[in-house]
Design a protein around this ligand. Structure first.
Ligand code: SF4
Length: 75
């Protein structure tokens, strides 16, 4: 399993994470930032634990994020 961590307040709404891992990310129509689907909020940080089957696409999302606000932790 992996934990995905998203510093949402720093998101610039570029859509790159959605393109890389559309089943885990979507864009908010309210504020134009991305949403980590299934993410739980703690202060300004969202995190979600997902299966290894989502690993490669979310590594790509993390690599593609131009502001480096998606981190992955192997569990
Ligand atoms: S790739 Fe990064 S900056 Fe772009 S929408 Fe996703 S989290 Fe936000």
């Amino acid at each position: 399993m992996i934990r995905i961590i998203h510093q949402r307040d720093k998101c610039i709404g570029c859509n790159a994470c959605v393109e890389a891992a559309w089943s885990r990310w979507r864009m908010s129509r309210k504020d134009g930032k991305s949403i980590l689907i299934g993410g739980i909020k703690k202060k300004y940080i969202y995190s979600a634990v997902v299966g290894d089957d989502e690993r490669s696409e979310n590594i790509q999302a993390s690599v593609n994020c131009p502001v480096g606000i998606i981190q992955l932790i192997q569990m």
